[in-house]
Design a protein. Structure first.
Lengths: 216, 149
């Protein structure tokens, strides 16, 4: 009797543990504010959940090529905000992003997008030099520039990160060190602190999950 | 082994060693070793706080963007120049171990001469062939001769 009870207990325990520890079954969440929209189809009311999406954008990359949402069609991408002369967190971010890049550079399903928040200084030529010295391919990793207000706005409203001028900060800008993981439907699926090695490790382990969700 | 030989082989050397510890010259070198360790350790902390973002914790630099300090000919060959760069920063192209780098480096104007001395002691002790201690006086002397001060 007691033996059977113990057996049963072990079986239950096994299922609990097996159920909890399979991370591949767990989809990455869709981040950002959700809204509920009602619409009437053939007289019945349907309720849709509208998820936060990245706005339309159009920037210029280090090769003077136009970069838009279409550039990332059927791809996932990792975005961040930086400037080339930033003395504080950007070098760490670039060190960490390079780690992610090196891991996935041969995977066609993923791209990288770095926005400069100092477009007056970071010209196309300068971004080109920066990317080349970092040793990364412009097909894989876009360094983009554009109108300053426009970059700040898309950072704030689409990617949910802070980017603004602040003369009290070393280098003159206040900005977040976030890496933002975006899916092909323009949803944000992960936010990571690009200055922390363990969070970037998490990004590296989340990317394959998102790739396989979209069959990439 | 006889009783006498124990005295000879064990106690005599102990007395000999103990007596040389009292010589004043060795006390001086002990003190300077302590001072060196102190400079080195403070220098490491300063390096981690002010330099390692770009030059990396191990001094290896990042690609062709931020030059290495470890094993760098540019650094090792001219400590006076290195001290000026630590304080005043640098812009324009430089060649380190034959490789071009062209990323502006901001100066560290809030580091004191003592802190720069500690930092330089760490950099030299860690990443060049020779251990040497830099003094604050030496640093202030060298800073006076910086080209772009």
């Amino acid at each position: 009797m007691i033996n059977k009870l113990i057996q049963l207990l072990f079986i239950i325990l096994f299922f609990i543990i097996a159920g909890c520890t399979d991370p591949n079954n767990k989809k990455l969440p869709i981040l950002g504010r959700k809204s509920i929209q009602e619409r009437t189809v053939n007289g019945t009311v349907k309720i849709d959940t509208i998820y936060h999406r990245i706005d339309d954008f159009k920037f210029t990359n280090q090769d003077s090529m136009e970069v838009t949402n279409n550039t990332f069609e059927n791809k996932i991408y990792v975005a961040d905000f930086f400037f080339t002369t930033c003395p504080t967190i950007c070098p760490i971010m670039k060190t960490q992003m390079l780690r992610v890049y090196e891991k996935f550079k041969n995977n066609d399903g993923i791209l990288f997008l770095s926005h400069t928040i100092d477009p007056e200084y970071d010209t196309v030529a300068l971004l080109h030099d920066f990317a080349e010295r970092l040793g990364v391919s412009s097909k894989k990793w876009h360094f983009v520039t554009g109108q300053k207000e426009y970059i700040y706005e898309i950072g704030q409203n689409s990617y949910m990160v802070t980017a603004m001028e602040d003369e009290n900060e070393p280098g003159g800008y206040l900005h977040s060190g976030a890496f933002i993981l975006v899916d092909p439907d323009r949803h944000i699926r992960g936010l990571y602190d690009g200055t922390k090695e363990d969070q970037v490790d998490r990004l590296i382990s989340d990317i394959p999950k998102l790739l396989s969700e979209y069959g990439l | 082994m006889g009783y006498r030989s124990i005295i000879f082989y064990v106690f005599i050397p102990i007395i000999y060693l103990a007596s040389c510890g009292n010589k004043s010259g060795d006390e001086g070198s002990y003190a300077s070793k302590i001072k060196y360790r102190q400079y080195f350790n403070n220098g490491r902390q300063l390096y981690l706080n002010n330099c390692s973002n770009c030059h990396q914790k191990d001094g290896s630099g990042l690609a062709r963007l931020y030059p290495p300090i470890a094993g760098s000919d540019y650094f090792r060959s001219d400590p006076a120049r290195a001290i000026c760069i630590v304080r005043n920063g640098l812009s324009g192209e430089i060649f380190v171990n034959g490789i071009s780098f062209n990323q502006p480096m901001p100066g560290n104007t809030d580091l004191s001469n003592l802190e720069i001395a500690e930092l330089m002691t760490y950099l030299y002790g860690n990443w060049s062939e020779e251990d040497r201690i830099f003094s604050p006086d030496q640093v202030s002397e060298l800073l006076r001769n910086c080209p772009f001060d």
